[in-house]
Design a protein around this ligand. Structure first.
Ligand SMILES: [Zn+2]
Length: 83
């Protein structure tokens, strides 16, 4: 099943989910979603991947470090190396 990405047409009238954009699995034969399933605000399908807001973005090491986390990388010998 393909995954479609949707985002609010009017962010001022949308809930937090569709304002940031969300992904939805839908059968190909189903018509495109026109409103947010949560707040019923109009949504549009995101065509371009370039400007797609990501809901969950993998935390990078530099992000984690700036957030105060200590990054430990497991090495092949079984020990952890502090990055
Ligand atoms: Zn919404």
């Amino acid at each position: 099943m393909p995954i479609y990405e949707y985002i609010a047409v009017d962010p001022d009238k949308s809930c937090g989910t569709c304002r940031r954009g969300f992904e939805l699995r839908r059968p190909v034969e189903r018509p495109a979603l026109e409103v947010c399933p949560l707040c019923k605000s109009p949504v549009k399908k995101v065509i371009s991947k370039i400007n797609t807001p990501k809901i969950t973005k993998p935390l990078s090491i530099s992000d984690a470090k700036s957030a105060g986390f200590t990054i430990l990388e497991k090495r092949q010998d079984g020990n952890y190396e502090k990055l």
